[in-house]
Ligand binder design. Structure first.
Ligand code: AFP
Length: 330
């Protein structure tokens, strides 16, 4: 099986991006090791601190963030990093070519129940103009040069794109190398599976409730087929399932927190996952527009997310956009 760096060279990926992904995979191995040690590593549980999002930080959130920040900022190609766990950006090399936005440990509320978590990353070009600080990161997702995630599950997998389809690597712990295990992951255009946190049902827009109602009505309803539901509560794991076997993943608008209708973050969840899903032949929409067309206004901006099998995303949007000519049998 092919190793990571030779594959990237074969794909004629820029040396700087190869250096960045090589740095990321070093972090991935360390985080994977700590996670698979679990309680034995003494890093489970929560700290007494909260992050910028007001969320209680898990010990591994802090450790993963520190690890990624430290090692990425030693890479001469890195101009700056932005992290879910950091209020502001952290500068790297003034002449660095890339900006890295990352969620160091997505789904961290799963850590203490030994469930799947992941690291999500997005690579943007460092601006050549005078822009500095967080403004450098405020680029639409279609500017991304590379995006991917590390999924820490029964095996540790590195999934990423540089715009030439999706490559999947699996960590061979016997040799400590990521080996190519899928040359080109593609999403089926139709699906019978959806992922949503159903406990928020009463807080959704009526159009989203109507879309979900029709999924639940199954073969006796307007969709004329039965649907299955999965919710791992770690975007990285739910999206990995969608990439592997199709599906629709959504975290839509809801009215639980007045003025704060969205949960998922654009820069280090929505954009990287949207890039991957589109490269795999799927669609990624906020409910209002294509995610990768959104002009960001803040590095921690939150958005709605509807992504996955292209035809199912279109059907969901047809409900939301009121043109819900109820599908006969899509
Ligand atoms: P945590 O990192 O705080 O566990 O949140 C994970 C996440 O941002 C995303 O990965 C999940 O899809 C989503 O939140 C789960 O949210 P709910 O817990 O509200 O279902």
């Amino acid at each position: 099986m092919q190793r990571l760096i030779p594959t990237l060279r074969r794909d004629q990926v820029a040396e700087g991006l190869i250096s960045v992904i090589n740095t990321l995979q070093i972090c991935a191995k360390e985080i994977s090791y700590r996670l698979h040690q679990g309680e034995l590593a003494g890093v489970l549980g929560s700290t007494l601190d909260e992050n910028i999002q007001g969320e209680t930080q898990k010990k591994l959130d802090v450790l993963s963030n520190q690890l990624l920040k430290d090692i990425l900022l030693e890479n001469k190609f890195v101009r700056a990093v932005a992290s879910e766990e950091e209020e502001g950006i952290v500068d790297g090399f003034a002449d660095g070519k890339y900006l890295i936005a990352f969620d160091p440990l997505d789904g961290s509320s799963n850590i203490d129940i030994n469930s799947m978590v992941g690291t999500i990353f997005s690579v943007l070009p460092a601006p050549t103009n005078e822009r500095s600080g967080a403004d450098m990161f405020l680029q639409p997702g279609h500017q991304q040069l590379m995006a991917g995630y590390v999924l820490y599950g029964p095996s540790t997998m590195l999934v990423f794109t540089t715009g030439k389809g999706l490559r999947v690597f699996t960590l061979d712990t016997t040799v400590g190398e990521f080996l190519l295990t899928d040359e080109n992951l593609e999403i089926p255009t139709d699906t019978c599976e959806f992922a949503i946190n159903m406990s928020n049902y009463r807080h959704w827009q009526p159009e989203m409730r109507s879309y979900i109602d029709d999924l639940l009505a199954g073969e006796t309803g307007p969709r004329c087929k039965n649907f299955n539901m999965r919710w791992i509560a770690a975007m990285v794991a739910d999206v990995h399932r969608v990439l592997c076997r199709g599906g629709l993943f959504t975290y839509p608008w809801d009215n639980r927190k007045p003025g704060k209708p969205y949960k998922l973050r654009l820069m280090y969840e929505g954009n990287p996952m949207a890039y991957l899903v589109e490269q795999a032949g799927g669609k990624a929409h906020s409910g209002e527009q294509r995610i990768m067309d959104i002009e960001p206004n803040d590095i921690h901006q939150r958005i709605g997310v509807i992504l996955g099998s292209a035809n199912e995303v279109d059907t969901c949007l047809s409900y939301l956009q009121g043109s819900q000519s109820k599908p006969s049998n899509v």
